[in-house]
Write a protein that binds this ligand. Sequence first.
Ligand SMILES: Nc1ncnc2c1ncn2[C@@H]1O[C@H](COP(=O)(O)OP(=O)(O)O)[C@@H](O)[C@H]1O
Ligand SMILES: N[C@@H](CCOP(=O)(O)O)C(=O)O
Length: 301
Amino acid sequence: MANTVKVRVPGTTANCGPGFDAVGIACTIYNDLELTVSQEAGISLEVTGEGAGAIPADSSNVVVKAIQMVMDKTGQHYKGISLRMKNNIPLSRGLGSSAAAIVGGLVAANELTGNRLNKETILDMATAIEGHPDNVAPAIFGGITVSIMDSGHAHYLRFLPPVDFSMVAVIPEFNLSTRAARKVLPVSIPFADAVFNVSRSALLIGSLATGELKLLLHALEDRLHQPYREQLIPGMAQVLAAARQAGALGAALSGAGPCLLAFTTENSDEVGRAMTKAFEIHKVQAKYQVLKIDRQGAIII
Ligand SMILES: Nc1ncnc2c1ncn2[C@@H]1O[C@H](COP(=O)(O)OP(=O)(O)O)[C@@H](O)[C@H]1O
Ligand SMILES: N[C@@H](CCOP(=O)(O)O)C(=O)O
């Protein structure tokens, strides 16, 4: 059996406004992970790109956790783990770097232990580590996914939209961990806000599945997490408004933020520039990237 494998995993944008912990889209921004296993004890790590110098080379690393989970599940243990990462997905910005790391570790370790786990099992394992399925599902399957949890198992729907669109990801310089961005969320919300989100998230999936993208303006509205997270992201409301004024179909927080994401069918660069400029007014340096939907999810390369 081979002892080295290389995996490519997409970044993901979760929530897409109202679909908190449920909706996610795989994006054309990728991390490459090379895993080599051996019986020589130890963990070695080489990182280029995002996270170089900041990612730990021990069992606290989520990639290592994921690999060990596969070894425990399959009963095939290796003492030595050597990782080489080429990261393009920025860490702690809301583009699913942790999901990509977890999925990369699981898919790579599965390949080196005889491919015993199917993608549904990998989804359950990834969700157990990540805590919510909305980023890991599109990182595994590509496309747009809606995921739910039931008794510890994730169930998902995956689809591709019938029309083409772009996603303008505006990425601030500062980090915001998902953990910190979940701490500001309330324990309960008013019934009217729940109804507001049910209607918008249903409209969101309908709009993406049918290609009625004009509905995104309303379908991206949210009262479950964005209003509470706004305090963590200077200028958030103004940057989202700038996206719409510059011609975006709609815009929302990407995952837990601080990245903001606009949906466009034209003028993507104009939208990106307008959003970064609005961030600048609030003394936040940001860059933008125009992304498309990744259709494949994690692949062996
Ligand atoms: N390539 C990677 N290898 C190991 N751990 C990673 C990698 N990328 C991200 N992580 C872990 O995930 C954390 C970021 O996760 P999180 O706060 O959920 O933000 P994001 O929105 O980027 O997923 C990092 O602090 C790090 O612990
Ligand atoms: N549903 C989660 C999504 C977190 O996504 P990330 O890319 O910021 O890790 C949340 O909103 O907390």
